[in-house]
Design a protein. Structure first.
Length: 293
């Protein structure tokens, strides 16, 4: 029950993040949006750290890896928000669920994790799901779908870095340096197309900054309350919810192929996360839920 409530909070946060991005995409360029979102997130997490007065929570031992993680994560965010301006929200969310599959491939190359028969089956199912969604042929080369997949690959690289960082760094430190390091990065890219937010745009930016942090927090709490397979299954409820919101708010049509492809990817994710009887999930496995913060 607790896991369901925490995942409800995470799903709500992700949907608010996506809606905020969609509301701003026609009025505010992506890079200034990412700058102000990072600024607001940094202000919120800094305030929390000041209140609890625990400086040790943000001490780090591997700053260069934090730098790499945030570089690829920033690229993933840019592609994610760009894809949302080109595709229905549900399709972006569906393609994002390939993150665990790309993570398995990248971890095998970088962290020398073994590609087992189970992981191979998961990857095949995931790729099959992508092909069903993007429809082989001309649509396979649709810019929006390719950009969404690029976002998923960038997120997978970031997740692989987090899997490595989690052995030495605290989760709060990873979130703090995510906001701190991405702030100047976003500023550099935002300056050529600088635009100050105004009016209700500040409300959407504040909502996005808070939602990004709350999504991470809710997922981490859900992981403590239930097995990772349960959390991943609940996370897929994002898809019908965002499809419903996309239809109600933006008149977006969603075809049956999207849900068939998403079901294949869900099966692949569950196979990838399944453990032999009697074996407990490793802590690193909890990093495999996609989070487009």
């Amino acid at each position: 029950m607790y896991a369901f409530l925490w995942m409800l909070g995470a799903i709500t946060s992700f949907c608010l993040l996506a809606i905020g991005g969609r509301e701003l995409d026609s009025d505010l360029p992506i890079t200034p949006m990412l700058f102000f979102r990072s600024l607001i997130s940094l202000a919120v997490i800094s305030l929390v750290l000041l209140l609890i007065r625990e400086k040790s929570l943000i001490s780090v031992k591997r700053l260069p890896l934090h730098g790499f993680r945030n570089l690829v994560h920033f690229a993933g965010q840019y592609c994610w928000f760009l894809a949302m301006s080109l595709l229905p929200l549900a399709e972006v969310f569906a393609l994002e669920f390939t993150v665990p599959l790309w993570t398995a491939l990248i971890a095998a190359l970088v962290l020398k994790e073994r590609i087992t028969l189970r992981k191979s089956a998961a990857i095949i199912l995931g790729i099959s799901g992508v092909l069903v969604i993007v429809q082989p042929g001309a649509a396979m080369f649709e810019a929006g779908a390719l950009i969404a997949l690029a976002a998923a690959v960038c997120y997978a690289l970031a997740h692989t870095a987090v899997k490595s960082l989690s052995s030495t760094e605290k989760p709060v430190a990873i979130l703090f340096y995510m906001s701190l390091l991405q702030l100047p990065l976003a500023l550099c890219f935002a300056l050529p197309q600088w635009q100050w937010p105004h009016g209700i745009q500040w409300l959407w930016l504040t909502l996005m900054g808070v939602a990004a942090l709350s999504a991470h927090y809710c997922i981490s709490r859900a992981m403590l309350s239930a097995e990772v397979t349960t959390v991943v299954t609940l996370d897929f409820l994002r898809l019908p919810l965002i499809a419903l919101l996309g239809g109600l708010l933006y008149q977006e049509a969603v075809g049956l192929s999207l849900f068939i492809g998403a079901a294949l990817m869900l099966a692949g994710n569950l196979i990838n996360l399944a453990k032999p009887a009697g074996q407990k999930p490793r802590q690193a496995d909890t990093q495999q839920t996609p989070a487009p913060d």
